[in-house]
Design a protein around this ligand. Structure first.
Ligand SMILES: Cc1cc2nc3c(=O)[nH]c(=O)nc-3n(C[C@H](O)[C@H](O)[C@H](O)COP(=O)(O)OP(=O)(O)OC[C@H]3O[C@@H](n4cnc5c(N)ncnc54)[C@H](O)[C@@H]3O)c2cc1C
Length: 377
């Protein structure tokens, strides 16, 4: 497979931007075109529910590079330009403005928030959080005394809750599971997050689905009930899709000229030995780099374990690994959640996931503990 022809990247998010940048770092000299449906240059999303929402950072700080950088690196980033279809046999994409041939196509179309009809029909101002515009609109709406109903006690719901409390809004979080973050962390550690938010004055309503009446007193509603991978384009083209675009360890799809990376990629993971689709920042970067390696012929399997971080109030935490469908037998913890804290999820005597909270010196050791015997209790 040659590396010289045009590389077309669909999706100007972090994964697509990293793939383009890494191609140049690897000495790829051919044409690179990045199509981005949004009107912005590629940017990172984590600050949108943290520093940007809190007003600590401008949304400009979230940009991966400024316009001059893309120009200097001869990467043609076409903002406001949506790819409408892919012709796999003819190796070209069709956009709102015409056609573009490719030698290699990298799909990095990301995900979009799942909608909640009950909220959309509530008659209240309803906020979802995915884009710069969403973040700035929500920031304006979060004011002292505002009654904010958050539907979903996942990462985004809880980060918004923390930001809203910081400005003095009154916050209720509605979560159908018995604890926030229950599905990811399990009851042992999820309980600590519940306590953290209650200690900061959040009214957590758990274990029952939200109703229209629950939203009736709110001034605004924030919905954070997860995101769906944008796989429509890949599916319509005839690529293999099953909760994500199916890719191998080199990020190759069922078509040998097409790769998929970031939130949409359901990858056969060489270390985990099964498919994973990871909706996290680090995965967008790692798979972007790995796609560039595949295109330039160095074939480096993407084997990094899933990694995630969050900031809520004064808590900063990192989580490494993936418990997966087989679950865990027990959780071992060290320290107090209000200070340095660590946790290990263990199955069959092996750590399958690990986290540190407010213990940044332990970051490397926490990562390295995954796949090993648990540390001394
Ligand atoms: C508010 C928020 C906070 C987050 N915080 C964290 C965090 O703290 N830690 C963490 O690990 N992860 C976090 N994430 C997740 C992380 O941001 C994502 O995993 C990451 O953005 C995925 O990158 P991506 O490039 O795959 O997709 P995206 O960032 O979604 O980018 C995809 C881009 O493709 C464009 N696109 C889609 N279809 C087309 C088309 N047909 N033509 C052209 N362009 C198209 C979209 O408009 C979009 O701009 C957060 C996400 C959000 C929304």
């Amino acid at each position: 497979m040659s590396a010289g022809g045009p590389v077309v990247i669909v999706g100007g998010g972090l994964a697509g931007a990293t793939a383009a940048e890494s191609l140049r770092e690897r000495g790829f000299e051919g044409e690179i075109v990045v199509f981005g449906a949004e009107s912005h240059l590629p940017y990172e999303r984590p600050p949108l529910s943290k520093a940007v929402l809190l007003g600590d950072k401008s949304s400009d700080d979230a940009f991966v590079h400024d316009e001059a950088w893309w120009r200097e690196h001869d990467i043609d980033v076409r903002t406001g330009s949506e790819v409408q279809s892919i012709d796999l046999a003819g190796r070209r994409v069709v956009t709102t403005r015409g056609e573009q041939p490719y030698e290699w196509l990298v799909l990095a179309t990301g995900s979009e928030p799942r909608h909640l009809r009950l909220a959309d029909e509530s008659g209240k101002p309803v906020h979802y959080l995915r884009t710069v515009e969403d973040s700035l609109a929500l920031k304006d709406a979060l004011t002292e005394g505002a009654r904010v109903a958050i539907v979903g006690g996942g990462w985004i719901g809880l980060e918004v809750a923390a930001a809203a409390r910081k400005v003095g809004a009154s916050v209720t979080v509605h979560e159908g599971a018995d604890l926030p973050l229950f599905a990811v962390l399990g009851p042992e550690v999820a309980q600590h997050f519940a306590d953290l938010h209650r200690d900061h004055g959040v009214d957590l309503r758990l274990g029952t689905p939200v109703t229209s009446e629950d939203l009736s007193d709110a001034d605004l509603v924030v919905v954070g009930i997860g995101a769906a991978p944008r796989t429509g384009l890949a599916e319509a083209a005839g690529l293999e899709v099953d909760d994500g675009v199916l890719v191998d360890e080199l990020l190759r799809t069922s078509d040998e000229h097409v790769l998929a990376i970031g939130d949409i990629a359901s990858q056969l993971h060489p270390v985990l030995g099964r498919r994973v689709r990871v909706e996290h920042w680090d995965n967008a970067i790692g798979q972007g780099k790995a796609a560039a390696a595949t295109i330039t012929g160095s074939a480096e399997p993407y084997a990094t374990l899933p990694y995630f971080f969050t900031d809520q109030y004064d808590l900063g935490m990192e989580y490494f690994g993936n418990v997966g469908p087989d679950g865990y037998d027990r959780v071992q913890t060290r320290g107090d959640f209000s200070g340095p804290f660590r946790a290990w999820w263990i199955r069959d005597g092996v750590v399958v996931a690990a986290m540190q909270a407010n213990d940044w010196d332990a970051s490397d050791a926490t990562r390295e503990s995954v796949g090993q015997a648990p540390p001394e209790a």
